[in-house]
Design a protein around this ligand. Structure first.
Ligand code: F6P
Length: 546
């Protein structure tokens, strides 16, 4: 099997230069780098809209950055981004553009796909979403019995869930008090049960978010919800069902009225679909104006991406640092820690954006890539994370790069006792991770000799700190776009397609086959001995023949 293909993930002069440079840097600590270059904390930073991004606590020098920028040039990353933004079919394995940026493009731009300017269609959908959001928020949207709708349950999974739930929680301080917005994604019926618990079908709108309108989890949930509506209000439930989908015909077949069907263009990847109709729950919660501010925030970063030189381009630099850590320093994971409890949905959202985009071994030319691609992405809000996994970040046997995201102004701090303490923790963690505490320093604080190894900290643990004024809709949009683009940059360097997700298909098709087997009264199981035995044991536990 040939490992290096036309994508030449680890080939070319820029790659070799970085390998040589890495070998020279090895052994140097962050303490040394800061001692040799005291200004780096000011200089190795980039401002992206309202976001101040400090990447000085990474094992890099100006030369590293310049070599990484060379690598981006050699891989034509700026060209790839230009092609993405202009609507070329950069998603080659699915033969379509990846145009999530068109969802937040200025209304007077023209972005042409297959001879048609797509921006007017985007504007029309946003207008129709706003109309429904306003009616919901003003109590002027009535259900089948004439009572106003006061609750929305958004059904969807993956990209049709993680973005909306993350943004709705992040902007909870702006939520309309009279609207109960809920989400259900998991196939576990208990989740659906909880989502509907206490709601009255007569005052509930079910929003079915599924770009394909075929995803098993969402369709099963939609059928359960439709049956619940029929039980509650009778057979005509069209006033209680809405859909965000590319498959408008399937939505119609399911009984969703055209007035409540919102088109998601096929050129929007699921994990990039928060700014599309999939975000209707967010818009209903915070209102069309705040939703528009979120889109405007995304646009700020889109424009920054398109117009900044690589060495002052935030998403470009962060994507290149991801490549540096993964491909050159061997880091297998990235931890993301927002110092905002309302931003707790950000790590799971990013997990899909990053791991579904970059968790690939095939290059765009169809050969296998050499070396490593995307890292495992995980995380949880600080300070909770500090009491769960930071032990390992500080003293584990490998360095895990992490992103710490904080805000200057709190969303709420009734006694003015929380926010400075919260942010002090963010700054302290970044400092402790980077500089540690040597054995001598630990001993000097009176640590007994037999505990010195336990109570000293190696330092050299890299982190990026992102500081923003406040978690506004615009800042949220900026964060979303920053991470989307950073992901695409890394994918372009590695020569993989960041926009497809073929890796989810095999498990899905096997689940369909096994579901049919579970349904059959009796049948021959033709899996491996472990799978056969597990299925038989399951059936036995359920008291069914197997
Ligand atoms: O997990 C695979 C996937 O296709 C994701 O890419 C997507 O976000 C999710 O399923 C949901 O897909 P759909 O919106 O079509 O239901």
């Amino acid at each position: 099997m040939s490992l290096v293909t036309g994508s030449e993930t680890t080939g070319g002069a820029a790659w070799s230069n970085l390998e040589r440079h890495r070998d020279q840097l090895v052994g140097g600590s962050l303490r040394d780098l800061f001692a040799a270059d005291p200004e780096r904390g000011e200089r190795l930073t980039v401002s992206v809209g309202d976001l101040w991004v400090d990447y000085s606590k990474h094992p890099v020098t100006d030369e590293t950055i310049s070599l990484l920028v060379d690598l981006a040039a050699q891989r034509d990353v700026p060209g790839f981004i230009g092609r993405m933004l202009s609507g070329e079919r950069v998603n080659t394995t699915e033969d379509r553009p990846a145009l999530h940026t068109a969802l937040r493009a200025p209304a007077d731009t023209a972005i042409v796909v297959d001879g048609t300017d797509v921006v007017p269609g985007v504007e029309e959908t946003l207008g129709r979403m706003a109309d429904v959001a306003v009616r919901l928020r003003s109590g002027h949207m009535s259900g089948a019995t004439g009572r106003p709708i006061t609750a929305m349950v958004s059904l969807g999974i993956g990209g049709s869930h993680l973005g909306p739930v993350m943004a709705t929680e992040a902007l909870a301080h702006l939520a309309h008090p009279g609207l109960d917005i809920r989400f259900a994604s998991n196939l576990d019926g208990a989740e659906m049960d909880r989502a509907l618990d206490g709601l009255d079908p007569a005052t509930t709108l079910i929003l079915i978010c599924s770009k394909t309108f075929t995803t098993a989890e969402t369709m099963i949930a939609a059928e359960t919800a439709r049956a619940w509506l029929v039980d509650g209000v009778g057979s005509d439930v069209s006033a209680h069902m809405a859909a965000a989908t590319a498959a408008t015909g399937l939505a119609a077949g399911f009984g969703v009225s055209p007035e409540l069907t919102f088109h998601v263009p096929v050129w929007v990847g699921g994990r990039f679909s928060l700014p599309s109709a999939v975000g209707l729950s967010v818009m209903a919660s915070v209102g069309p104006e705040a939703f528009a501010e979120m889109l405007a925030g995304m646009r700020v970063v889109d424009e920054h991406l398109a117009s900044s030189t690589p060495d002052s381009n935030g998403p470009m630099l962060l994507g290149l640092l991801d490549v540096w850590h993964r491909s050159f320093l061997g880091a297998s994971s990235l931890a993301v820690v927002p110092y905002s409890s309302q931003l707790g949905g950000f790590p799971p959202w990013l997990q899909q954006v990053s791991m579904e985009s970059l968790g690939k071994r095939a290059g765009t030319d169809g050969g296998l890539v050499a070396g490593q691609t995307g890292p495992v992405v995980w995380g949880a809000p600080g300070t909770d994370g500090q009491h769960a996994f930071f032990q390992m970040l500080h003293q584990g046997t490998e360095a895990v790069p992490c992103d710490l995201i904080g805000f200057a102004r709190p969303l709420a701090d009734p006694r003015l006792a929380h926010h400075d303490a919260l942010m002090a923790n963010l700054f302290a963690q970044a400092e402790a991770l980077a500089f540690g505490l040597t054995a001598d320093e630990a001993a000097a604080t009176g640590v007994p000799p037999d505990l010195v190894a336990h109570r000293s900290f190696p330092g050299g643990r890299p982190s990026t700190t992102i500081l923003a004024p406040e978690l506004t809709p615009s800042v949220l949009g900026q964060l979303v776009a920053l991470y989307e683009h950073r992901t695409v940059v890394a994918g372009a360097v590695w020569g993989i397609n960041p926009f497809d997700q073929w890796g989810v298909e095999l498990g899905k098709s096997l689940a369909v086959r096994i579901t049919a087997e579970l349904d059959a009264d009796e049948g021959r199981l033709a899996h491996d001995s472990s799978t056969n035995s597990l299925i038989r044991r399951y059936l036995k536990l359920r008291g069914r023949p197997g």
